[in-house]
Design a protein around this ligand. Structure first.
Ligand SMILES: NC(=O)c1ccc[n+]([C@@H]2O[C@H](COP(=O)([O-])OP(=O)(O)OC[C@H]3O[C@@H](n4cnc5c(N)ncnc54)[C@H](O)[C@@H]3O)[C@@H](O)[C@H]2O)c1
Length: 351
């Protein structure tokens, strides 16, 4: 089984460390003893988990644009990493309709730039590109997508991540055959958890409504998404990066998603949130926003078969942990301590 102590003393380069997933991932890596360098723009939200938990003070935190190859390369070479985790992205579907050029520049050329650093490096042994479940051509059918199905996201965000996948495949084929550098991608579904302050995401919308005593407005209650707690894919990323470091034959393209029983509609998700939070309700109110997929499920047979991976928290537990974190935040408790507590509970759940 995967052991976090693998990261003790390892040099890790993480892009997107100031974001929601990046902050949690940085905290896990720091607690595991990794020598961590992060490279990202400033936190994308105010407030942000990165600042609330003062994530930057136990790592080398560099503020830089992934599109700026010269600055990225200099930071990368100074860090001389063995492991690279690429999360920096413009990750919002709605923003991608407003800023398609910026989205493609960041998500596609950003991937080219980081892979170019890896190509020119003599230290890297393991690279993981974090993409999304939205990379697939969505047929709105009830089956889960498998890793060998066509990549052709609909909107600029999803499509830019399909392109980011293809860039990774080309680099792997063109430049890494015969080299001892493992290259993988991970396609995870929507995540929930404490510390996400992004606009137009359902759980942050729920918490903002709860905080201000309003009803929660749900734009698309019938849409089905593979929701998971944020720690699930993060531990899967760390597992893939660690296992392929020792065995390059494990590198590849992996879906990371919940079990069938945890694939909910957004309405069902918000029902559970209301029940756990108490004293709040939701209303269905479409704002006629741009096209978003209605039905999206992943087939995760591959990661289960190759690594014996299993999701640990069912959706009830995932929402509970999100509510606990958010109440700790609203009650002005120690956010970093709450993160550490949840990470410890998650790790303790490993059989
Ligand atoms: N949150 C989800 O539900 C979800 C689901 C699937 C995949 N993902 C992927 O996970 C990754 C992290 O997502 P998140 O939810 O933490 O997003 P986030 O917006 O919280 O964080 C994005 C990070 O990327 C950085 N960034 C953005 N543009 C940049 C640029 N031009 N140069 C350098 N850094 C830049 C930001 O500063 C931040 O650190 C993304 O690649 C996203 O596509 C997220």
């Amino acid at each position: 089984m995967f052991d976090l102590s693998f990261y003790n003393g390892k040099k890790v380069f993480l892009t997107g460390h100031t974001g929601f997933k990046g902050s949690w991932l940085s905290r896990i890596l720091i607690k595991s003893g990794a020598i961590l360098t992060g490279y990202s723009m400033e936190p994308p939200t105010e407030p942000s988990l990165f600042k609330l938990a003062d994530i930057g003070n136990e790592m080398t935190s560099i503020v830089g644009d992934i599109r700026d190859f010269a600055q990225l390369k200099q930071s990368f070479d100074e860090a001389a990493p063995e492991i690279v985790l690429h999360l920096a992205a413009q990750p919002l579907v709605r923003d991608s309709y407003e800023h398609p050029v910026y989205t493609y520049e960041t998500n596609v050329m950003g991937t080219v730039n980081i892979l170019e650093c890896v190509r020119q490096s003599s230290t890297v042994k393991s690279f993981l590109n974090v993409t999304t479940d939205k990379v697939y051509q969505n047929n709105e059918w009830e089956w889960g997508y498998r890793e060998n199905e066509p990549l052709d996201g609909f909107d600029p965000y999803s499509n830019s991540k399909s392109c980011s996948e293809l860039v990774t495949h080309s680099y792997k084929n063109s430049f890494f055959a015969g080299r001892d550098v493992a290259i993988s991608t991970a396609r995870a579904g929507n995540v929930i958890g404490g510390g996400d302050f992004a606009a137009n995401r359902i759980i942050p919308d729920c918490i903002r409504a709860a905080e201000s005593g309003r009803d929660i407005i749900v734009r698309n209650p019938a849409s089905t998404r593979p929701y998971q707690h944020v720690l699930e894919p993060l531990f899967a990323y760390l597992m893939i990066a660690a296992r392929q470091y020792d065995d390059i034959s494990l590198s590849g393209w992996y879906n990371v998603g919940p079990d069938e029983c945890d694939c909910l509609t957004t309405g069902e998700l918000v029902d559970i949130f209301c029940q756990k939070w108490g004293g709040i309700k939701w209303i269905n109110q479409s704002d006629n926003g741009p096209h978003e997929a209605n039905f999206l499920k992943l087939d995760c047979s591959k990661i289960k078969k190759v690594f014996g991976w299993q999701a640990r928290w069912h959706i009830d537990e995932a929402i509970c942990k999100t509510v606990e974190w958010s109440k700790a935040y609203l009650n002005k408790q120690d956010i970093r301590a709450e993160m550490d507590r949840q990470i410890a509970v998650f790790v303790g759940d490993v059989r």
